[in-house]
Design a protein around this ligand. Structure first.
Ligand SMILES: Cc1ncc(COP(=O)(O)O)c(C=O)c1O
Length: 396
């Protein structure tokens, strides 16, 4: 029995949160149950809240920098959880991973350079590339019997053909849920090394790994791989504190790190969010137990969803995630058009999911579900979907 109550439904409306408040405002609809943005509906545990309160109660929030205790806490976390010995000098604290990716893109490439990604993938990768005046090329992941794989031949060919300068790797992969194996990482990292392609490695989902799978920090492949990469990590996904704006961008290579810091400084960013630093330190020091219990709960949610779809909505095909708390579902068994899929999900099931179309052109008949919510909310969402799909079957 977990000592944490992940079943508790916390009403988030009225907290200016994107998922509920602005989400519904944007869509202009009150009837949609939000299961879109990767933001969890669980409150942090008391031990962490007490640490944040302690900092708040001090009452002064002037310019603040990460100190020795912060770095020790971060080093402790990665070593304890992954056996990954980081060096504190690699770390730049920034407000978010997407901010870090944008800065890394500018540090590692010039305007007009080409950057490669593997779609379907977290859509801000493409946005950050294009909005920063770089050219985006995609090497599509390939689905084989419900599991996505990298197409390494296509990847290497595109790198050569387009004179690619940078690769943005998503590990674990959002939205397809792959936890890349050591062999896969070595293969893709090796191609980058051979072709002089620098890597931005987004490991923000690394703490969400389902039973039976193991996360391999890309840096653990060896120094030559680590020194070719910018690592993007953050406790914001793991502990749902994106609103506190702390991410750790780690860059082992001195020259690359200097280039990144120059861009960071040109952006006018210097000190970090004081509450965010206190919260990050607290979770790095005291968050293990809650995270382990949360992972068990999410595995239970995944079991629930798998059984529900199998029994009640067999027309939907779930891609089994190995990590993240996002579930990628193929709707092509129930509809053949993107417009109709939108209608089914929004107007008939009254759900707000993330559409496959935003992750890449070839996945327009997919939807991404966020299952980091109390089981009762997940049940409600799936029942809405079942009713909508059933309604269609009966109408046929
Ligand atoms: C792969 C990936 N990277 C980055 C982010 C966002 O990071 P941040 O909020 O720190 O910018 C997300 C959020 O869902 C994500 O899935």
């Amino acid at each position: 029995m977990s000592t944490f109550d992940f079943d508790r439904v916390v009403d988030r409306r009225g907290t200016s949160c994107l998922k509920y408040d602005f989400g519904l405002q944007r869509a202009g609809r009150e009837d949609l149950l939000p299961m879109w943005v990767a933001d969890m509906d669980f409150a942090l545990p008391e031990n962490i809240l007490a640490r944040i309160r302690e900092r708040i109660d001090h009452g002064i929030f002037g310019y603040t920098d990460p100190d020795d205790r912060y770095y020790k806490a971060a080093e402790g976390w990665f070593e304890r959880r992954y056996g990954w010995r980081i060096d504190r000098k690699w770390i730049s604290v920034v407000p978010g991973v997407v901010y870090g990716i944008a800065a890394a893109i500018r540090a590692l490439s010039d305007r007009g350079d080409t950057i490669i990604i593997q779609e379907p993938v977290y859509y801000p990768f493409r946005e950050m590339i294009e909005e920063n005046g770089r050219v985006c090329v995609s090497s599509q992941l390939v689905e084989k019997d419900g599991r996505y794989e990298m197409d390494l031949a296509d990847f290497e060919r595109k790198i050569r053909e387009h004179n690619v300068k940078v690769f943005i790797l998503c590990s674990p992969h959002n939205p397809v849920g792959r936890v890349w194996s050591r062999e896969e990482l070595k293969a893709v990292g090796g191609i980058c090394l051979e072709n002089n392609v620098r890597m931005i490695v987004d490991e923000i989902h690394c703490d969400f790994i389902f039973p039976g799978h193991t996360f391999t920090p890309f840096a653990s492949l060896g120094e030559v791989y680590a020194k070719n990469s910018v690592f993007c990590t953050s406790p914001s996904k793991t502990f749902n504190m994106a609103g506190l704006q702390i991410a750790n961008i780690m860059i082992p290579d001195d020259q690359m790190r200097r280039a990144f810091r120059k861009i960071n400084s040109a952006n006018g960013y210097s000190q970090a969010n004081a509450a965010g630093l206190a919260a990050a330190r607290a979770v790095f020091e005291e968050g293990d137990e809650w995270l382990d219990a949360l992972r068990d709960y999410l595995a239970g949610n995944l079991d629930y969803m798998r059984s529900f779809l199998k029994e009640k909505i067999p027309g939907l095909r779930m891609i089994e995630p190995e990590g993240t708390y996002l579930v990628w579902v193929d709707f092509s068994g129930v509809t053949g058009s993107y417009e109709d899929l939108l209608h089914l999900v929004r107007d008939e099931a009254h759900l707000w999911l993330d559409e496959g179309a935003i992750f890449g052109k070839q996945t327009r008949l997919f939807e991404r579900f966020n299952i980091a919510c109390p089981r009762s909310v997940l049940k409600e969402a799936l029942e809405r979907l079942e009713k909508a799909v059933q309604g269609r079957m009966e109408g046929k």
